[in-house]
Design a protein around this ligand. Sequence first.
Ligand SMILES: [Zn+2]
Length: 100
Amino acid sequence: MGRSADAVVQPIRSFDEGCRRRLGIVIECRSCGKRVTYRAQDFVGFIAPSAEIETLRWRCAWCRTPAESARYVMIEKMDRQDLAQWKPPPWMKRRRGPVA
Ligand SMILES: [Zn+2]
């Protein structure tokens, strides 16, 4: 695979699985064209372990447009500066119960 940062990840059935594989989540905005990669682990406690990220609502960090595309990527070989740090918005509450 040539483009390692963009390597296709086999279907990940759940957010929990994405975390265990230490994947990143890429949010691509069709409106402004920005693309942000976060660590899946940043979302632990905020996304249900069984959730499919593709079905969740994501928003572009820049223009706040609902982004249509969220998918997992391999981030092992990515530079740290290419990864964004996700911080929960103030209104978002951490989920109770067991955390992945
Ligand atoms: Zn945008």
